[in-house]
Design a protein around this ligand. Structure first.
Ligand SMILES: *[C@@H]1O[C@H](CO)[C@@H](O)[C@H](O)[C@H]1NC(C)=O
Ligand SMILES: [Ca+2]
Length: 326
C-alpha cells in the first residue's frame, strides 16, 4: 500500500514542479538585470556591479546587512543605473531580526527617488526626498492611542517639500499603509511594489504562504521616469539587523501606451484600505496573448501527462491487487 501512496503523490509533485518552472520562465522574461540584485553579489573584488553602498552597510555571501543589531547605525544600498521603465514591479527579499523581544527599531525603507547616496534621518536616508518611499517601520514612536499596530508598512510620495515626522510615525504624510508581522521570522519574507498606469500596489509575503497578500493600493500616483532605486535602514536607541537578500526588478507590459511622465511626483487620490486579497506570488497579471496561448497548451500537455501517469498507477494497482487475490 505504501508504494501506491508514494506513486500517487508523485503526480501532483510533478505538476507543481512543472507549473513553478513555467511561472519562473514567465517572470524571467521581463526581468531587468541592471536594476536587480541577487546572489552572488560581488563581481570582481569588493564592488557589487550596478549597486553602491554607504554607511554601516556590509556585504556578505548570503545577505546585504544595512545595519547590524547595534545602536545608532545608518546604512543604504543604491542602484546606480537610472530607471527609465514606466511600469514595473519590484520584489524585495528582506530579513529584519535581532535580540530585542519588545524593544527594537527603527526600520528600513525602499526608495525610488531622484536623490541617492545620502544618509539621513528617514530610515537611514535623507529627508525632503523627491520620489517614492516605502517604509517598513518596526518601532512605534507615537505615544498614546494608536490606530494601527507595528510593524507597519506605509508609502509616502514626496516632491521634495514634505518632511517625514517620526513622532507621528509619518502618518500625516503617508498615502496608505498596512500592518505586517515581518520581524524575527524563521522563513523568508518578501515585499512587492508594483507601479503601473499611475497605480501603486504594495503586497507582502511574510506568513510563509508563498503567495502575495495585498497591503494597499493607491490610485492617482504620478512618478517620473529616470529616478534611482535604493534601500536603507537605521537604528537609534533601539536596534535590529536589517538585511536585504535580493532585489528583483521586472518590467511590465502595459496595454496603455502613455508618453513617459517627467514632472514632479504627485499623489492625487487616496483609496480607502481594501480587503486583503491573495495573489499567487510570481505571477504577473499582464500576459500577452501568445503567452497565454502557450500556457494553455502547456497545461493541456501537463494534464495529458498526469492522465497517462494516473493510468499507469491505476494499472499497477490493479496488477498488485490481482497478485494479492490469486
Ligand atoms: C509639493 O507638494 C506639496 C504637498 O503635496 C504641495 O502643496 C506643493 O504644491 C507641491 N509643490 C510643487 C512644486 O508641485
Ligand atoms: Ca517609527
Amino acid at each position: 500500500m505504501a508504494s501506491h501512496v508514494r506513486n500517487l503523490s508523485a503526480v501532483p509533485m510533478f505538476l507543481c514542479v512543472f507549473l513553478c518552472v513555467l511561472a519562473e520562465w514567465n517572470t524571467k522574461d521581463f526581468q531587468r538585470r541592471e536594476h536587480t540584485l541577487v546572489k552572488p553579489y560581488q563581481g570582481s573584488g569588493m564592488s557589487v556591479p550596478q549597486w553602491d553602498f554607504l554607511g554601516s552597510t556590509m556585504v556578505t555571501n548570503s545577505y546585504i546587512r544595512l545595519t547590524s543589531d547595534h545602536q545608532s547605525r545608518q546604512g543604504a544600498i543604491w542602484n546606480n543605473v537610472r530607471c527609465h521603465v514606466q511600469n514595473w514591479e519590484l520584489h524585495v527579499q528582506f530579513k529584519v531580526h535581532g535580540a530585542g523581544k519588545n524593544l527594537f527599531g527603527d526600520g528600513m525603507a525602499i526608495w525610488y527617488t531622484q536623490e541617492r547616496m545620502q544618509l539621513g534621518p528617514v530610515f537611514g536616508s535623507r529627508d525632503l526626498f523627491t520620489g517614492l518611499g516605502i517604509f517598513l517601520d518596526t518601532y512605534s514612536n507615537h505615544n498614546g492611542p494608536h490606530n494601527h499596530q507595528h510593524p507597519f508598512i506605509s508609502a509616502m510620495i514626496n516632491n521634495g517639500t514634505l518632511h517625514y515626522d517620526h513622532d507621528s510615525d509619518g502618518t500625516h504624510t503617508s498615502v496608505a499603509g498596512c500592518e505586517a508581522q515581518f520581524r524575527n521570522k524563521d522563513y523568508d519574507t518578501y515585499l512587492a511594489i508594483r507601479y503601473e498606469d499611475n497605480t501603486l500596489k504594495v503586497s507582502v509575503d511574510v506568513d510563509n504562504k508563498n503567495g502575495w497578500r495585498e497591503c494597499f493600493v493607491v490610485h492617482g500616483v504620478k512618478l517620473p521616469v529616470g529616478y534611482f532605486l535604493g534601500a536603507s535602514a537605521a537604528t537609534g536607541e533601539l536596534a535590529d539587523n536589517h538585511d536585504v537578500i535580493s532585489v528583483k526588478f521586472y518590467e511590465l507590459e502595459s496595454e496603455k501606451k502613455n508618453p513617459p511622465y517627467t514632472g514632479l511626483p504627485e499623489a492625487t487620490v487616496m483609496e480607502a484600505p481594501r480587503d486583503r486579497v491573495e495573489d499567487k506570488r510570481g505571477s504577473l497579471s499582464s500576459y500577452s496573448g501568445w503567452k497565454l496561448f502557450m500556457i494553455i497548451i502547456l497545461i493541456i500537455i501537463a494534464l495529458a501527462v498526469v492522465g497517462v501517469v494516473g493510468f499507469i498507477v491505476f494499472q499497477k494497482q490493479q496488477e498488485n491487487s490481482r497478485k494479492r487475490f490469486y
